[in-house]
Design a binder for this molecule. Structure first.
Ligand SMILES: NC(=O)C1=CN([C@@H]2O[C@H](COP(=O)(O)OP(=O)(O)OC[C@H]3O[C@@H](n4cnc5c(N)ncnc54)[C@H](OP(=O)(O)O)[C@@H]3O)[C@@H](O)[C@H]2O)C=CC1
Ligand SMILES: O=C(O)[C@@H]1CCC=N1
Length: 269
């Protein structure tokens, strides 16, 4: 793809997307540039990713064909105020912040701009990301093709209605954190039974990966797949019964409600 990709803010999420794009071969490091606040972050990013770095958000905005706004939600509007007169007229602005709407961004720029609101996740780094996408009315069919191509270079893309975007962090933006917690707990359980720590992580992570792949590839209901594991009078149903007593599913639903409530709060600041 023959475009300059700019990142304003190059933290955990931007690095995961940039790493995924470079690794896929779609974008070369010399097509990417990023601005960060501290010198230390810029030095590390230049060393690790071999991209151009700058202290000036305006410099990045002036060169980018596709500009990712990858700062925290509470920094969005000061950054937009800083760069709004510097973006290329045809630039595509990609937002990744939880809770910030496309119309918030349009209003902050103060004129008609192309906005793609996304909610990515960190598995983008290994090409296994999940990015939800909604676009504003300035995005043409041709733009959407380019955006989908770019975002697909590091994982799956789902186009969704803007009104549903606040629901996405809980299910795919933040949820890798819950899964890592589950893998960590499963590995602790393995270690408790005498398995090595390393082997426990590999066993637990591969079981989670395989279960997710079963849901995606068989198209079967997760309940049916669970039933295939639970042999009558066996060990799995003993584990399932304890999980139900401990409100495993209730805890996940409650955590997702907290996540979504926080997303809405982030958008109001
Ligand atoms: N982490 C995740 O899994 C996900 C995060 N997001 C969204 O991504 C965004 C960033 O989150 P995350 O990557 O976790 O955060 P990080 O704290 O890791 O990164 C923030 C980045 O912004 C830079 N920064 C801060 N202030 C400025 C400024 N004024 N101008 C330019 N750069 C600045 C920081 O630079 P420095 O290091 O020099 O301080 C850093 O590079 C958030 O909006 C979040 O909602 C979305 C989906 C998933
Ligand atoms: O924790 C956060 O607010 C961001 C949004 C989704 C994942 N990380």
């Amino acid at each position: 793809m023959n475009k300059i990709i700019g990142f304003i803010g190059f933290g955990k999420m931007a690095q995961a997307m940039a790493g995924g794009m470079i690794h896929s071969g779609l974008i070369r490091a010399d097509q990417m540039m990023a601005s960060m606040r501290t010198e230390n972050s810029r030095t590390l990013a230049a060393e690790q990713f071999r991209i151009k770095v700058s202290a000036s958000n305006r410099d990045i905005a002036a060169f980018a064909d596709v500009l990712f706004l990858a700062v925290a939600p509470y920094t969005y509007f000061e950054v937009i105020e800083e760069i709004k007169d510097n973006i290329k007229p045809d630039a595509i602005i990609i937002t990744i912040a939880a809770g910030i709407t496309a119309s918030d961004v349009e209003n902050a720029f103060g004129n008609k701009i192309k906005v793609v609101r996304t909610m990515p996740n960190t598995p983008s780094l290994v090409g296994a990301g999940m990015t939800a996408v909604s676009v504003n009315s300035e995005i043409t069919d041709e733009d959407l093709v380019s955006v989908e191509k770019l975002l697909s270079s590091f994982g799956k893309v789902e186009i969704i209605a803007e009104a549903q975007m606040d629901a996405i962090p809980a299910i795919s933006g933040s949820s890798p954190a819950y899964v890592y917690m589950m893998i960590e707990a499963m590995a602790d359980g393995g270690v408790r039974q005498g398995l090595s720590r390393d082997q426990s992580y590999r066993l637990a992570a591969q079981a989670v990966l395989g279960a997710a792949q079963m849901v995606l590839e068989t198209g079967k209901h997760p309940g049916e797949l669970k039933d295939q594991v639970t042999s009558p009078g066996g060990a799995t149903i003993a584990a399932v019964s304890t999980l139900e007593q401990e409100r495993f599913r209730g805890a996940i639903l409650a955590a997702m409600d907290s996540c979504t409530a926080k997303v809405k709060e982030l958008g109001k600041k």
